[in-house]
Design a binder for this molecule. Structure first.
Ligand code: 5GP
Length: 185
């Protein structure tokens, strides 16, 4: 197996750390207003990619939150969806009659969120179910997904950073970037 070529020098920043934080602040303000009378908001972070967005967002919310995690996988090690969503861990508390907010890094083909939202609606009966995605890759959509909060629109290209990886690398970057040199990946 060829070793992974780690090439941070071939990355170009799409959204800086400051841009991400400013936008997350705006989203949090909208949420604080929308959920102002909510007893407890159940935030479900979709792993692995959603961890940074969920963590920064949660720190800006001033409503009572219960934070839960699920893990879904559809990319394997590559840069293309396998077309099948693999539920790795869907352990959740009872969600009936609760306000639920899903937090995800990116909606691309829509396969993952289409699957997960249908799964939640069929198994649980939440009072409300909303979705916050940091990035929306509209052009790539194959399944419909209703997004309530969107950080930024992106084109149909592979992005990394701020939770998003390439074979496990780059998740720790505080910004979102794309590769300028596709041969070096
Ligand atoms: P979808 O099911 O909408 O095609 O994609 C869902 C998951 O694929 C995302 O949660 C994310 O983990 C991964 N993904 C989709 N597009 C990208 C991308 O451009 N970069 C990275 N790093 N992951 C992506």
């Amino acid at each position: 197996m060829t070793p992974y070529a780690y090439t941070p020098e071939s990355l170009k920043v799409l959204f800086t750390e400051q841009q991400l934080q400013n936008r997350i602040e705006e989203l949090a303000e909208e949420m604080n207003h929308l959920y102002r009378d909510t007893e407890v908001l159940i935030m479900i972070c979709i792993l692995k990619g959603g961890f940074m967005f969920a963590s920064d967002l949660a720190r800006k919310l001033n409503i009572p939150c219960q934070i839960e995690f699920v893990r879904l996988s559809s990319y394997g090690d590559g840069q293309k969806t396998t077309g099948t969503v693999k539920p790795v861990d869907l352990t959740l508390p009872r969600l009936s009659n609760r306000d639920v907010l899903l937090v995800e890094d990116i909606v691309d083909t829509g396969l993952t969120l289409n699957f997960f939202m249908e799964y939640l609606e069929s198994l649980h009966t939440p009072k409300s179910l909303r979705l916050a995605v940091l990035l929306d890759k509209q052009e790539a959509r194959q399944r419909p997904v209703k997004t309530d909060f969107i950080g930024f629109e992106v084109g149909n290209e592979y992005v990394v950073g701020y939770g998003l990886d390439d074979q496990g690398y780059y998740r720790n970057l505080p910004y979102i970037a794309h590769f300028t040199d596709t041969d070096s990946q």
